[in-house]
Each structure stands twice: as structure tokens, then as C-alpha cells.
Write a protein that binds this ligand. Structure first.
Ligand code: AHR
Length: 502
């Protein structure tokens, strides 16, 4: 059996984990809102029409922040369509996803839902078809206490207290030709600059995310970031990154290696931000918001066959298999390895649309395979991320050259005296023996070794069989003579939890 080693030292820190690293995303798309979080006729619906069964799972995940209302949707959205008396709200042709939007749910309903789900809203504004005026008015509507036209309108809609939305995205994927109101980097950079300026004049407390490239493969990648930041560097707090992976060719070793590309993407964006910083002789360091990331490909063919102009059709309903959960685990590790610069991230999305939580409209709810790594990282991966210097055997991949079998990171919660190792064994044939130098953590013992494994990489959970792919806690990791020893089964996600002996 091959062996990999890690070294854990409490002073070898990557940085503090911002809790918003475990954010998610809900778009007006498919059944994310209607039939997902909102279904007034559902047996579990509360007085506002929100599904309690879904809220319970969102709370279980401890999601700190949820991006809303898009995504591509936001680039054609008029926020005024979604406030005020529901019966007066217009039905609109929704051009991003070719559906009909009823506007039954809008800004106020979403904020109400977020409070119930113990999360916070991250609001995106429309920079496709709208601009400065709408941006400042929406911040005033949401965050100004009262006594002005837009804040009074919110109060007249029944929301006396301001929503105090802390984070705002300046549009969505504005570099993409598929975007309503797609722009060049110069056009977008100027617009984002003016919006950022006036939005912060309305509420100086807010933080702003400017759009980076839609993905690493965009032909304008890096030049887009450099140009957009040239206009906005001193006004914004984060630049966004988006990435979706898929296993279209059926090459699982390559699919499992995709997070190596995610590492490179993050590092390239950091390098570009720092180049702009140097060019501007700025004292400010730009942070990153990885506000869309996931596996997305299973539903592509079905989506192409959906008829246009229906209400809440089953779009982007990927049914995730076991190997997808391993990739999501690797992506979470990639985020954790960069917490010195990646402060926020959003698993896209949260319910029904490429999501860890699946519902049946009028029926039940279940946890997809990817629910579990996201849950474990969100619950146990807070505190300080450690640079654990991984030494691992590797395999040759057509895209990434030498890929380590072991993907791993650790977090330390100093107050709770807890240490957690997150590890994926990418080897599809054999277990990996893990040895960890934990001399710096005297008296720490393993309290739990969670393992997600399955004989079939393509195994899925469904409404009828919701517990086909679930983690177990029979992993046998132990500390002996200040050495962590664990067996990581072939193709597995592992969470090794240590605590100081009481
Ligand atoms: O999350 C689904 C879509 O992916 C979003 O609407 C868009 O921003 C991205 O292309």
C-alpha cells in the first residue's frame, strides 16, 4: 500500500477561515425558489409559504450567506417587479433561462426566508439592462432606515426595519456573451466603478464584489480582471471567480484532478490582483469571492429539451453521484488552502438547481451525495487553516501532469482545542496509508474519523433511496506516539477530528 505524509504545526498557518467561505446561492431559476424554498401549498409550508423541511436542511448545513437573485437571471431583473402587493406583481418573460417569472418571491420575501434559515443575504444587482440609478435605489430601499422615497416604500411594504444587507455583487458574469447586456471589460469596469461609488455613498458599510471572469477558460481571462480592477480597485472589496466541473468524457481520474485547475485559477487571479495593486502603488490587498462553484453537467442534455416559457421547470437538476462528492470535497479543500485571499465562496446552488438539497414539489426532500462534504467542511472547517505540507505519491493525468493521490488540508479551532484533517484519496484502486506528524498537538486524540466511500463511483441518492451514499464513522484513524495514522480507503472523503484530551 502506498503512503502519504502530512505535517501539522500550529504556527504554519494559511489564515483565518472566514465563515462566509461556506456560503451558497439561490437564483430565480428552475425550482430553486418555486418548489424549492417556497411552496405555499406544501404540507410543511410556514405562514409565509416557505418549506420548513428545506429550512431544516439549510440550518443543518449552517450556511452563513446566500447569494441572490442570480446568476444570469439578475441581468434582466427589475427589482421593483418583486416588491409590494404580490397580486400586483407582473409576470415576465425571463430571458436568461427562457421561462416565465411570476415574481411571487422578491427581495423582502428572500430576506425573510434568510432570517428563518439562519443565514444572510448577499445581493446581486442588475448591470446587464440597468445601471447606477437602480443600484443606488435598491441599496436605499434595503439598507436606509427611513424618511426617503425608497426606504419609505420598503416601510410601506411592511418592513419597518432596514434589511442591512452587508454584501453586494456588481452584476453577474458580465464577460459572457450569454449574459443579458454583456459588456466589454472597459464598458463594465466604468459602470461598476460608478455603481460602486454611489452605492457606498448610500451605505458606506456595505462590501462590494466586482465581476471577474466567468471561468478560467474565457478568452479574456486575466485581461478582464486587470482592466476591471483598473477602474474599480479602490472601490471594491472582492473580485469574483466562478467554476463548474464535469465528467463528460468518463475519465474519472481526470475528473478527480480538476481541483488542481481550481488551485491554479485562484492563484492566477491573486497574481492579477497583486499586479494591479503594484501598478497602482496601492496599500490595499484585493480579496476573492468564489461565488459560484460546483459540479454541473448531468442535466445539460435534459435542459436542452425543455419547452420554453413555463413556470419553474425542472432545470439544472443534476443528480449527483459519489464521484461528484469527491470532487466537491477536493474543491472545498482548494478553497481552504487559499483562505488568506478567498474570503467568501458560494456553492452553486442550494436547492434543486445543481444543489445539495433536492425536493419533490408537493413531496419530500433528500440530501444529495455532495451534501456531505459541504456539511462536514461547514461544520468542522472553521477557525484557522493550516499549511500541512503534503507529501503524496501521484499519478499521471493528461491535463494536469502529476496529480497527488492525497488532497488534504487541516483546520484548527484554538478555543475549542480541536483539529480537523480533511482528506480525499484520489486513488480509485487502492487505499492510502496516511501518516501525520502531530508532535505540536500534544495530548490530542482522534475523536471521530468520518468516511464517505462507496463501491460504485456512479452511485446516487434519490427520493426513494436517500441513504445509498452516506458517510459512516467507522474510520480507524488514531494517534500513537504523537503520530497520526489513518487508512484512507480507495476513492474516499475523510474527516479526521482530533481534540485535546480532557
Ligand atoms: O448557477 C447557474 C448559472 O451558472 C448562473 O446563473 C450563472 O452565473 C452561471 O453561468
Amino acid at each position: 500500500m502506498e503512503k502519504a505524509t502530512i505535517t501539522l504545526h500550529r504556527e504554519l498557518r494559511i489564515g483565518e477561515v472566514d465563515n462566509r467561505l461556506y456560503g451558497s446561492f439561490i437564483e430565480h431559476l428552475g425550482r430553486a425558489i418555486y418548489g424549492g424554498i417556497y411552496e405555499p401549498d406544501h404540507p410543511t409550508a410556514d405562514e409565509d409559504g416557505f418549506r420548513r423541511d428545506v429550512i431544516d436542511l439549510v440550518k443543518e448545513l449552517q450556511v452563513p450567506i446566500v447569494r441572490y437573485p442570480g446568476g444570469n437571471f439578475v441581468s434582466g431583473y427589475n427589482w421593483k417587479d418583486g416588491v409590494g402587493p404580490i397580486e400586483k406583481r407582473p409576470r415576465r418573460l425571463e430571458l436568461a433561462w427562457k421561462t416565465i417569472e411570476t415574481n411571487e418571491v422578491g427581495t423582502n420575501e428572500f430576506v425573510t426566508w434568510a432570517k428563518k434559515a439562519k443565514t444572510e443575504a448577499m445581493m446581486a444587482i442588475n448591470l446587464g439592462t440597468r445601471g447606477v440609478d437602480d443600484a443606488r435605489n435598491l441599496v436605499e430601499y434595503c439598507n436606509h432606515p427611513g424618511g426617503t422615497q425608497w426606504s419609505n416604500l420598503r416601510i410601506s411594504h411592511g418592513y419597518k426595519e432596514p434589511h442591512d444587507i452587508p454584501v453586494w455583487c456588481l452584476g453577474n458574469e458580465m464577460d459572457g456573451g450569454w449574459q443579458i447586456g454583456h459588456k466589454t471589460a472597459v464598458e463594465y469596469g466604468r459602470l461598476a466603478q460608478e455603481c460602486a461609488k454611489v452605492m457606498k455613498w448610500v451605505d458606506p458599510r456595505i462590501e462590494l464584489v466586482v465581476c471577474g471572469s466567468s471561468n478560467r477558460g474565457m478568452p479574456t481571462f486575466v485581461d478582464w480582471e486587470a482592466t476591471v480592477l483598473d477602474y474599480t480597485y479602490e472601490l471594491v472589496d472582492y473580485i469574483s471567480l466562478h467554476t463548474y466541473f464535469g465528467n463528460r468524457s468518463g475519465d474519472s481520474p481526470n475528473f478527480l484532478a480538476k481541483s488542481v485547475g481550481m488551485d491554479a485559477f485562484i492563484e492566477e487571479v491573486i497574481a492579477t490582483c497583486d499586479y494591479v495593486k503594484a501598478r497602482k502603488r496601492s496599500k490595499k490587498t484585493m480579496m476573492l469571492s468564489f461565488d459560484e462553484w460546483n459540479v454541473w453537467y448531468h442535466s445539460n442534455t435534459a435542459d436542452r429539451q425543455l419547452p420554453r416559457w413555463s413556470i419553474a421547470p425542472p432545470q439544472l437538476e443534476d443528480i449527483y453521484n459519489f464521484e461528484d462528492a469527491l470532487v466537491v470535497g477536493c474543491m472545498l479543500i482548494s478553497l481552504l488552502k487559499h483562505v488568506d485571499r478567498v474570503k467568501m465562496a458560494c456553492l452553486a446552488q442550494l436547492v434543486n438547481v445543481i444543489a445539495p438539497i433536492m425536493t419533490e414539489t408537493g413531496g419530500g426532500v433528500y440530501r444529495q451525495t455532495i451534501f456531505y462534504p459541504y456539511l462536514h467542511a461547514s461544520v468542522y472547517g472553521r477557525g484557522t487553516a493550516l499549511n500541512i505540507s503534503v507529501k503524496s505519491p501521484s499519478y499521471q493525468d493528461r491535463e494536469f501532469d502529476q496529480v497527488p493521490y492525497l488532497e488534504a488540508v487541516a483546520t484548527m479551532d484554538e478555543e475549542a482545542e480541536a483539529l480537523t484533517v480533511f482528506a480525499v484519496n484520489r486513488n480509485l484502486e487502492e487505499s492510502l496509508a496516511l501518516e501525520g506528524d502531530v508532535r505540536d498537538f500534544a495530548d490530542y486524540v482522534v475523536v471521530e474519523h468520518i468516511v464517505l466511500e462507496h463501491a460504485n463511483l456512479k452511485a446516487v441518492n434519490t427520493m426513494d433511496e436517500p441513504d445509498n451514499v452516506v458517510p459512516h464513522t467507522s474510520g480507524r484513524a488514531k494517534v500513537e506516539a504523537r503520530q497520526l495514522e489513518a487508512l484512507l480507503p480507495r476513492a474516499s472523503w475523510n474527516v479526521i477530528r482530533l481534540e485535546k484530551r480532557k
